[in-house]
Design a protein around this ligand. Structure first.
Ligand code: NDP
Length: 242
């Protein structure tokens, strides 16, 4: 059955690229949002057939305009995956104020910006799927990541509140908390730190971006219609949140 349009923020690289590919394989047309990496965006378009849109998800007005443009150019938005995210680590006593705001705005305020842009039309349509990519570090906290852990934990409360508001309108809102996944974000970590992390993962490896993408495809499907306000944890057993 042909499907509608899915937006994947940060959809041209890393976990987001695999989400883009998996949703296209499942029949969606995908608008993949990126911020600055033109090369990755062009490669994503050429390799997957997604349409890439350049946008800062921390910019409210830009998000509203982008959703309008995507609806006009591609059609009604059925699925929104809030995946774009950054890290700017540092211990609290050394953290620059700008690094607090950058991470909160890019990782958390972006969810408000993008959901605000699509939720009205989803409510009118009586259908929608919103999937927020949080993190294990939002569940358990992480040394050097007060900004990132706060943003990712904030996404979980945001998910539950929006799920409550949206359930009667046929819209589900869920979060996924990946553990450590092999992407450029984790490749930038110090190898000793990474080895230490892998020792804490019961399945003894990092996750693959495809393993998060498959959860997105399921949450976007009709089969997941009874799941809303949930947090799906995918971390190889590293943190067993209930
Ligand atoms: P990457 O760093 O590989 O990719 C990040 C993506 O987000 C890129 O496409 C980037 O665009 C986009 N992006 C960043 N800032 C903005 C912005 N302001 N506006 C629009 N797009 C932006 O990240 P990952 O794939 O590793 O992570 C994806 C998500 O998963 C993030 O939210 C991350 O916090 C979360 N996560 C990752 C884990 C991991 O181990 N990798 C673990 C748990 C959660 P561009 O290419 O233009 O720079």
């Amino acid at each position: 059955m042909p499907k509608g349009v899915a937006i994947v923020t940060g959809g041209t690289r890393g976990i987001g690229l695999e989400i883009t590919k998996a949703l296209i394989a499942d029949g969606y047309q995908v608008a993949a949002i990126y911020h600055g990496n033109e090369e990755a965006a062009q490669k994503c378009e050429a390799d997957t057939g997604a349409k890439a849109y350049k946008l800062d998800v921390a910019d409210f007005e830009a998000c509203q305009k982008a959703a309008e443009t995507i609806t006009t150019e591609m059609g009604e938005i059925e699925v929104l995956v809030n995946n774009a995210g950054i890290t700017k680590d540092g211990m609290m006593h050394k953290m620059a104020e700008e690094n607090w705001h950058a991470v909160i705005e890019t990782n958390l305020t972006s969810c408000f910006n993008m959901c605000r842009a699509v939720i009205g039309r989803m409510r009118t349509a009586g259908f929608g799927r919103i999937i927020n990519i949080s993190s294990i570090n939002g569940q358990k906290g992480q040394f050097g990541q007060t900004n990132y852990s706060a943003a990712k934990a904030g996404m979980l409360g945001f998910t539950k509140a929006l799920a409550l508001e949206s359930a009667a309108k046929g819209i589900t809102v869920n979060a996924i908390c990946p553990g450590y996944i092999a992407t450029e974000m984790t490749a930038s970590m110090n190898q000793d730190v990474l080895d230490g992390v892998i020792r804490q993962i019961p399945v003894a490896r990092m996750g693959k971006p495809e393993e998060i993408a498959d959860i997105c495809v399921f949450l976007a499907s009709e089969k997941a219609a009874f799941i809303t306000g949930s947090t799906i944890t995918a971390n190889g057993g590293q943190y067993m949140a209930s």
